[in-house]
Design a protein around this ligand. Structure first.
Ligand code: PEP
Ligand code: MN
Length: 347
Protein backbone atom coordinates (compact mmCIF):
# COMPACT_ATOMS: atom_id res chain seq x y z
CA UNK A 1 0.00 0.00 0.00
CA UNK A 2 1.44 3.35 -0.87
CA UNK A 3 1.49 6.05 1.73
CA UNK A 4 -0.16 9.32 0.83
CA UNK A 5 1.72 12.34 1.99
CA UNK A 6 -0.30 15.48 2.27
CA UNK A 7 1.79 18.45 3.18
CA UNK A 8 0.22 21.88 3.34
CA UNK A 9 1.97 23.82 0.59
CA UNK A 10 3.25 26.41 3.02
CA UNK A 11 4.63 23.80 5.44
CA UNK A 12 8.37 23.56 5.73
CA UNK A 13 10.33 20.39 6.42
CA UNK A 14 14.00 20.61 7.33
CA UNK A 15 15.59 17.19 7.13
CA UNK A 16 19.16 16.02 7.51
CA UNK A 17 21.79 14.85 9.95
CA UNK A 18 22.60 16.44 13.27
CA UNK A 19 26.17 17.04 12.06
CA UNK A 20 27.95 17.06 8.72
CA UNK A 21 30.52 14.33 9.47
CA UNK A 22 32.06 13.52 6.09
CA UNK A 23 31.38 14.29 2.43
CA UNK A 24 30.12 10.71 1.91
CA UNK A 25 27.74 10.84 4.90
CA UNK A 26 26.31 14.20 3.83
CA UNK A 27 25.83 13.19 0.19
CA UNK A 28 24.45 9.74 0.97
CA UNK A 29 21.88 11.19 3.38
CA UNK A 30 20.97 13.93 0.88
CA UNK A 31 20.59 11.37 -1.93
CA UNK A 32 18.23 9.21 0.13
CA UNK A 33 16.26 12.22 1.29
CA UNK A 34 15.98 13.43 -2.24
CA UNK A 35 14.57 10.04 -3.30
CA UNK A 36 12.06 10.22 -0.42
CA UNK A 37 11.14 13.77 -1.43
CA UNK A 38 10.47 12.75 -5.04
CA UNK A 39 8.54 9.60 -4.09
CA UNK A 40 6.20 11.38 -1.68
CA UNK A 41 6.27 14.88 -3.19
CA UNK A 42 7.52 16.37 0.04
CA UNK A 43 9.80 19.33 -0.60
CA UNK A 44 12.50 19.83 2.03
CA UNK A 45 15.42 21.94 3.13
CA UNK A 46 18.58 19.94 3.84
CA UNK A 47 20.09 20.56 7.27
CA UNK A 48 23.47 19.69 8.77
CA UNK A 49 25.34 21.24 11.69
CA UNK A 50 28.87 22.31 10.90
CA UNK A 51 29.81 24.02 14.19
CA UNK A 52 28.33 21.92 16.99
CA UNK A 53 27.58 23.43 20.39
CA UNK A 54 28.38 20.26 22.38
CA UNK A 55 28.16 19.90 26.13
CA UNK A 56 31.57 18.26 26.56
CA UNK A 57 34.82 19.29 24.85
CA UNK A 58 36.07 15.73 24.28
CA UNK A 59 33.12 14.93 21.98
CA UNK A 60 32.83 15.63 18.22
CA UNK A 61 32.68 19.42 17.75
CA UNK A 62 31.78 19.47 14.05
CA UNK A 63 34.02 19.71 11.00
CA UNK A 64 33.74 23.51 10.73
CA UNK A 65 34.09 25.54 7.55
CA UNK A 66 35.29 22.75 5.20
CA UNK A 67 31.88 21.07 5.65
CA UNK A 68 30.17 24.07 4.03
CA UNK A 69 31.52 22.79 0.71
CA UNK A 70 29.59 19.55 1.19
CA UNK A 71 26.42 21.56 1.70
CA UNK A 72 27.17 23.50 -1.49
CA UNK A 73 27.54 20.16 -3.26
CA UNK A 74 24.16 18.98 -1.93
CA UNK A 75 22.61 22.19 -3.23
CA UNK A 76 24.18 21.77 -6.68
CA UNK A 77 23.55 18.04 -7.00
CA UNK A 78 20.01 17.74 -5.62
CA UNK A 79 18.70 21.27 -6.16
CA UNK A 80 17.57 21.64 -2.56
CA UNK A 81 18.05 24.59 -0.25
CA UNK A 82 20.51 24.02 2.60
CA UNK A 83 20.60 25.13 6.24
CA UNK A 84 23.17 25.22 9.00
CA UNK A 85 23.46 26.46 12.58
CA UNK A 86 25.31 29.67 13.38
CA UNK A 87 26.46 30.74 16.82
CA UNK A 88 28.89 33.60 16.10
CA UNK A 89 29.33 36.43 13.55
CA UNK A 90 32.23 34.43 12.05
CA UNK A 91 29.86 31.55 11.39
CA UNK A 92 27.39 33.93 9.73
CA UNK A 93 30.08 35.34 7.46
CA UNK A 94 31.37 31.92 6.42
CA UNK A 95 27.86 30.50 5.88
CA UNK A 96 26.65 33.46 3.85
CA UNK A 97 29.79 33.48 1.70
CA UNK A 98 29.20 29.78 1.04
CA UNK A 99 25.65 30.53 -0.18
CA UNK A 100 23.85 28.73 2.64
CA UNK A 101 20.14 29.47 2.12
CA UNK A 102 18.86 29.23 5.68
CA UNK A 103 20.51 29.72 9.06
CA UNK A 104 19.28 28.49 12.39
CA UNK A 105 20.06 29.63 15.89
CA UNK A 106 20.34 26.77 18.33
CA UNK A 107 18.83 26.48 21.79
CA UNK A 108 22.10 27.16 23.60
CA UNK A 109 22.84 30.32 21.61
CA UNK A 110 19.21 31.37 21.96
CA UNK A 111 19.71 31.45 25.74
CA UNK A 112 22.20 34.32 25.35
CA UNK A 113 20.77 37.61 24.00
CA UNK A 114 24.25 39.08 23.50
CA UNK A 115 25.18 36.19 21.20
CA UNK A 116 21.90 36.55 19.29
CA UNK A 117 22.41 40.30 18.93
CA UNK A 118 25.95 39.74 17.62
CA UNK A 119 24.51 37.34 15.02
CA UNK A 120 21.78 39.83 14.11
CA UNK A 121 24.36 42.62 13.73
CA UNK A 122 26.51 40.50 11.46
CA UNK A 123 23.50 39.68 9.27
CA UNK A 124 22.71 43.39 9.12
CA UNK A 125 26.31 44.06 7.99
CA UNK A 126 25.89 41.58 5.17
CA UNK A 127 22.36 42.06 4.03
CA UNK A 128 23.03 44.49 1.21
CA UNK A 129 25.86 42.36 -0.11
CA UNK A 130 24.22 38.96 0.17
CA UNK A 131 20.72 38.56 -1.14
CA UNK A 132 20.59 34.79 -1.04
CA UNK A 133 19.62 34.31 2.59
CA UNK A 134 16.05 33.02 2.53
CA UNK A 135 15.31 32.55 6.20
CA UNK A 136 16.45 32.30 9.80
CA UNK A 137 15.05 29.72 12.20
CA UNK A 138 15.15 30.66 15.86
CA UNK A 139 14.95 27.76 18.28
CA UNK A 140 13.58 28.32 21.76
CA UNK A 141 16.21 28.88 24.45
CA UNK A 142 17.27 25.86 26.55
CA UNK A 143 15.55 27.43 29.54
CA UNK A 144 11.79 27.92 29.57
CA UNK A 145 11.63 31.60 28.65
CA UNK A 146 9.02 32.70 26.11
CA UNK A 147 10.03 36.37 26.45
CA UNK A 148 13.64 35.62 25.55
CA UNK A 149 12.53 33.57 22.54
CA UNK A 150 10.27 36.45 21.40
CA UNK A 151 13.12 38.90 22.01
CA UNK A 152 15.47 36.84 19.83
CA UNK A 153 12.88 36.72 17.06
CA UNK A 154 12.53 40.52 17.27
CA UNK A 155 16.35 41.02 17.13
CA UNK A 156 16.54 38.98 13.92
CA UNK A 157 13.45 40.52 12.35
CA UNK A 158 15.07 43.92 12.77
CA UNK A 159 18.26 42.67 11.10
CA UNK A 160 16.45 41.39 8.02
CA UNK A 161 13.79 44.11 7.83
CA UNK A 162 13.16 45.11 4.22
CA UNK A 163 14.91 42.15 2.59
CA UNK A 164 13.17 38.99 1.48
CA UNK A 165 14.40 36.86 4.37
CA UNK A 166 11.85 35.40 6.77
CA UNK A 167 12.19 34.64 10.46
CA UNK A 168 10.70 31.39 11.83
CA UNK A 169 10.40 29.88 15.29
CA UNK A 170 11.33 26.27 16.09
CA UNK A 171 9.99 24.64 19.24
CA UNK A 172 12.60 22.08 20.30
CA UNK A 173 11.50 21.88 23.96
CA UNK A 174 13.71 22.20 27.06
CA UNK A 175 16.14 19.35 27.56
CA UNK A 176 14.34 16.32 26.19
CA UNK A 177 10.86 17.58 27.15
CA UNK A 178 8.32 19.52 25.10
CA UNK A 179 7.42 22.87 26.56
CA UNK A 180 3.96 23.50 25.14
CA UNK A 181 3.15 26.30 27.57
CA UNK A 182 6.15 28.34 26.35
CA UNK A 183 5.40 27.55 22.69
CA UNK A 184 1.74 28.46 23.17
CA UNK A 185 2.69 31.87 24.60
CA UNK A 186 4.91 32.55 21.60
CA UNK A 187 2.21 31.31 19.20
CA UNK A 188 -0.36 33.64 20.77
CA UNK A 189 2.03 36.61 20.90
CA UNK A 190 3.25 36.13 17.31
CA UNK A 191 0.67 34.21 15.27
CA UNK A 192 2.27 35.77 12.17
CA UNK A 193 5.59 33.94 12.71
CA UNK A 194 5.58 30.36 11.38
CA UNK A 195 6.40 27.83 14.10
CA UNK A 196 8.03 24.47 13.36
CA UNK A 197 8.47 21.47 15.64
CA UNK A 198 11.79 19.73 16.31
CA UNK A 199 10.71 16.29 17.58
CA UNK A 200 14.30 14.99 17.46
CA UNK A 201 15.82 17.31 20.07
CA UNK A 202 12.52 17.52 21.94
CA UNK A 203 12.64 13.80 22.73
CA UNK A 204 16.25 12.75 22.18
CA UNK A 205 14.75 9.45 21.03
CA UNK A 206 14.11 8.30 17.44
CA UNK A 207 11.21 6.09 18.63
CA UNK A 208 9.29 9.09 19.92
CA UNK A 209 9.59 11.10 16.70
CA UNK A 210 6.47 9.69 14.93
CA UNK A 211 4.18 10.35 17.93
CA UNK A 212 5.50 13.87 18.45
CA UNK A 213 5.10 14.68 14.76
CA UNK A 214 1.33 14.28 15.18
CA UNK A 215 1.45 17.58 17.07
CA UNK A 216 2.22 19.38 13.79
CA UNK A 217 -1.31 18.72 12.64
CA UNK A 218 -2.94 18.85 16.09
CA UNK A 219 -1.52 22.27 16.88
CA UNK A 220 -1.57 23.68 13.35
CA UNK A 221 2.20 24.09 13.21
CA UNK A 222 4.03 25.11 10.08
CA UNK A 223 6.32 22.12 9.61
CA UNK A 224 9.16 20.32 11.33
CA UNK A 225 12.91 20.01 11.60
CA UNK A 226 13.77 16.30 11.83
CA UNK A 227 17.24 14.79 12.25
CA UNK A 228 17.78 12.16 9.58
CA UNK A 229 21.02 10.22 9.05
CA UNK A 230 21.79 7.50 6.48
CA UNK A 231 23.39 5.42 9.29
CA UNK A 232 22.21 6.73 12.66
CA UNK A 233 24.10 3.99 14.52
CA UNK A 234 27.36 5.52 13.27
CA UNK A 235 26.42 9.14 13.99
CA UNK A 236 29.03 11.24 15.77
CA UNK A 237 26.40 13.33 17.59
CA UNK A 238 22.79 12.77 18.70
CA UNK A 239 22.93 9.11 17.67
CA UNK A 240 19.81 8.02 19.59
CA UNK A 241 17.43 10.52 18.03
CA UNK A 242 18.23 10.38 14.32
CA UNK A 243 15.98 8.39 12.02
CA UNK A 244 16.83 6.82 8.65
CA UNK A 245 15.52 8.48 5.47
CA UNK A 246 13.37 5.41 4.73
CA UNK A 247 11.74 5.70 8.15
CA UNK A 248 10.22 8.98 7.01
CA UNK A 249 8.23 6.82 4.61
CA UNK A 250 6.81 4.90 7.60
CA UNK A 251 5.58 8.03 9.28
CA UNK A 252 2.51 8.01 7.06
CA UNK A 253 1.83 11.67 7.03
CA UNK A 254 3.97 14.65 7.82
CA UNK A 255 1.43 17.12 9.09
CA UNK A 256 -1.63 16.09 7.13
CA UNK A 257 -3.90 18.71 5.64
CA UNK A 258 -6.31 20.22 8.06
CA UNK A 259 -7.85 23.47 9.10
CA UNK A 260 -5.47 25.73 10.96
CA UNK A 261 -8.40 27.09 12.94
CA UNK A 262 -9.77 25.71 16.18
CA UNK A 263 -6.36 24.54 17.34
CA UNK A 264 -6.64 26.50 20.58
CA UNK A 265 -8.29 23.64 22.48
CA UNK A 266 -5.48 21.30 21.37
CA UNK A 267 -2.86 23.79 22.55
CA UNK A 268 -4.57 24.06 25.92
CA UNK A 269 -4.75 20.27 26.16
CA UNK A 270 -1.06 20.01 25.33
CA UNK A 271 -0.39 22.45 28.19
CA UNK A 272 -2.54 20.34 30.54
CA UNK A 273 -0.68 17.17 29.52
CA UNK A 274 2.63 18.90 30.20
CA UNK A 275 1.45 20.12 33.62
CA UNK A 276 0.06 16.67 34.51
CA UNK A 277 3.43 15.18 33.70
CA UNK A 278 5.14 17.68 36.00
CA UNK A 279 2.53 17.04 38.69
CA UNK A 280 3.18 13.29 38.62
CA UNK A 281 6.94 13.85 38.48
CA UNK A 282 6.61 15.96 41.62
CA UNK A 283 4.38 13.43 43.36
CA UNK A 284 6.74 10.58 42.47
CA UNK A 285 9.72 12.59 43.75
CA UNK A 286 7.76 13.39 46.94
CA UNK A 287 6.96 9.70 47.51
CA UNK A 288 10.61 8.89 47.08
CA UNK A 289 11.69 11.41 49.75
CA UNK A 290 8.87 10.19 51.93
CA UNK A 291 10.20 6.60 51.71
CA UNK A 292 13.66 7.83 52.72
CA UNK A 293 12.09 9.61 55.70
CA UNK A 294 10.35 6.31 56.59
CA UNK A 295 13.68 4.48 56.54
CA UNK A 296 15.29 7.14 58.73
CA UNK A 297 12.42 6.95 61.22
CA UNK A 298 12.68 3.14 61.39
CA UNK A 299 16.40 3.29 62.01
CA UNK A 300 15.94 5.86 64.75
CA UNK A 301 12.82 4.30 66.30
CA UNK A 302 10.54 7.24 65.50
CA UNK A 303 6.82 6.58 64.81
CA UNK A 304 5.64 7.42 61.25
CA UNK A 305 2.92 9.89 62.28
CA UNK A 306 4.14 12.98 64.12
CA UNK A 307 1.23 15.29 65.14
CA UNK A 308 3.32 18.52 65.29
CA UNK A 309 4.80 17.88 61.84
CA UNK A 310 1.30 17.13 60.52
CA UNK A 311 0.08 20.48 61.88
CA UNK A 312 3.09 22.30 60.45
CA UNK A 313 2.35 20.94 56.93
CA UNK A 314 -1.35 21.86 57.17
CA UNK A 315 -0.42 25.43 58.10
CA UNK A 316 2.04 25.61 55.23
CA UNK A 317 -0.63 24.39 52.77
CA UNK A 318 -2.87 27.15 54.05
CA UNK A 319 -0.18 29.74 53.26
CA UNK A 320 0.80 28.24 49.89
CA UNK A 321 -2.79 28.01 48.66
CA UNK A 322 -3.64 31.55 49.84
CA UNK A 323 -0.65 32.92 47.93
CA UNK A 324 -1.82 31.11 44.80
CA UNK A 325 -5.52 31.93 45.09
CA UNK A 326 -6.44 28.23 45.49
CA UNK A 327 -9.07 26.82 47.84
CA UNK A 328 -7.37 25.52 51.01
CA UNK A 329 -10.16 22.94 51.51
CA UNK A 330 -9.55 21.51 48.07
CA UNK A 331 -5.77 21.44 48.63
CA UNK A 332 -6.14 19.71 51.99
CA UNK A 333 -8.35 17.01 50.45
CA UNK A 334 -5.66 16.27 47.87
CA UNK A 335 -2.88 16.42 50.42
CA UNK A 336 -4.71 14.01 52.79
CA UNK A 337 -4.68 11.44 49.98
CA UNK A 338 -0.99 12.00 49.29
CA UNK A 339 -0.18 11.80 53.00
CA UNK A 340 -2.14 8.59 53.42
CA UNK A 341 -0.22 7.02 50.55
CA UNK A 342 3.09 8.30 52.00
CA UNK A 343 2.33 6.63 55.36
CA UNK A 344 1.58 3.36 53.53
CA UNK A 345 4.92 3.62 51.74
CA UNK A 346 6.66 4.22 55.07
CA UNK A 347 5.27 1.04 56.68
C1 PEP B 1 20.80 20.88 16.29
O1 PEP B 1 19.78 21.21 15.68
O2 PEP B 1 21.63 20.09 15.87
C2 PEP B 1 20.97 21.39 17.68
C3 PEP B 1 22.16 21.48 18.23
O3 PEP B 1 19.81 21.64 18.26
P1 PEP B 1 19.43 22.39 19.64
O4 PEP B 1 20.05 23.75 19.54
O5 PEP B 1 17.95 22.40 19.57
O6 PEP B 1 19.94 21.56 20.76
MN1 MN C 1 21.41 17.43 16.99
Amino acid sequence: MSIQYSVISSQIYILGPCSAESREQVLETARELSAFSCQFSVPFIFRAGVWKPRTRPETFQGVGEPALEWLQEVKRTYGVAVATEVATPEHVEAALKAGIDYLWIGARTSANPLAVQAIADSILDFRFKIFDLKGIFVKNPVNQDAELWLGNIARLEKAVYGVGCKVYAIHRGCGHQPCWSMAHKVRLARPDIPMLLDPSHMSGDANQVPELLKKVEELGLDGAMIEVHAHPEQALSDKAQQIRPKELGDLGSLGALGSLEDKELNWLRAEIDELDERLWDTIAARMDVSKRIGEWKKEHGVTPLQPERYQEIVERINELTNERGLSTDFALRIWEQIHEESLKQQK
